[in-house]
Design a protein around this ligand. Structure first.
Ligand SMILES: N[C@@H](CCC[C@H](N)C(=O)O)C(=O)O
Length: 278
């Protein structure tokens, strides 16, 4: 099976072109390829497939084999893959993920995609749709007790669930210890991704993320969008924000009129390879 390792701001996945390859057991394959010692090493697996309602489908798996509805960094790399490997010559494409269709604009330099802007859709704050268990209309700066400390969480879905926590210093967060406690907390019936945010100024934030199913990653595109929307809900930032992640920067823009979030960031190919497992 041929594969391509790609990353967006250091959030790395193994990509398989399912127009030519067949994957029998994607959760198993994701666990195998993601292993950083015995596998290729990645935050998960992304399958590129045909779609009946868009140009392509992205089918995304975390490192633990769980399937997610959406991946912001992954979808930019899917755009780069389909253009650079000749599956399309269009610079505006649609990609289906988790049943919804996203619109992507490809920035091409010297025949290769370098940067992609994605219409990430409408941020969802209704607790039942995130899902988070709460009797409030929205979960904005609500207390949550984790390991004896009370954190204020703001919950947003970008197709997948996010809990955003504002902190004084992202480097001081003991993410390996508390990340899993957020992820598996009983108020999140489908687990959650958790973003730890320090607001630098009204246009810039620092972010670390504990991803559902993958642990700490160097970046999370949906997490960056959810975090900027959480900043806006809490009155911390303007509508266009640079998100500084461990692996790079993303530009996130909230369009108030359309009630939609746009994400712009890089997409990088690391190497191509061939696998014996399936
Ligand atoms: N890294 C991704 C999100 C991947 C899925 C997430 N861990 C989940 O389970 O929802 C991104 O860039 O958005």
């Amino acid at each position: 099976m041929k594969f391509t390792k790609m990353h967006g701001c250091g959030n790395d996945y193994v990509y398989v072109n399912c127009f030519v390859e067949q994957v029998a057991d994607a959760p198993y394959l994701s666990r195998v390829v993601s292993d950083r010692h015995f596998g290729i090493g990645s935050d998960g697996l992304i399958l590129i497939k045909p779609s009946e309602k868009a140009d392509f489908t992205m089918d995304m798996y975390n490192a633990d084999g769980s399937n997610s509805q959406m991946c912001g960094n992954g979808i930019r790399c899917v755009a780069k893959y389909v253009y650079d490997y000749g599956l399309t010559d269009k610079k505006n494409i649609t990609v289906e993920s988790g049943g919804s269709v996203k619109y992507l604009d490809l920035n091409v330099t010297d025949g290769k995609v370098t940067e992609v802007t994605v219409n990430m859709g409408t941020p969802i704050t209704k607790p039942g749709l995130i899902p988070v268990i709460s009797d409030k209309k929205q979960v904005i700066a609500e207390p949550l007790l984790i390991d004896g400390n009370t954190y204020e969480i703001t919950c947003v879905s970008m197709g997948n669930p996010h809990a955003v926590v504002f902190v004084e210093d992202t480097k001081a967060v003991e993410i390996e210890k508390i990340g899993p406690l957020f992820e598996h907390n009983e108020i999140f019936p489908e687990r959650t991704n958790t973003e730890f945010i320090h607001v630098i100024d009204r246009k810039t934030i620092d972010m670390r993320v504990w991803e559902r199913g993958s642990g700490e990653t160097l970046a999370c595109g949906t997490g960056a969008c959810a975090s900027v929307y959480a900043c806006i809900l809490n009155g911390y930032t303007e509508d266009t924000v640079t998100v500084r992640l461990l692996g790079g920067e993303l530009k996130i823009q909230y369009d108030r009129e359309k009630h939609t979030i746009f994400m712009t960031g890089p997409a990088v190919t690391v190497f191509d390879g061939e696998l014996n497992v399936n």
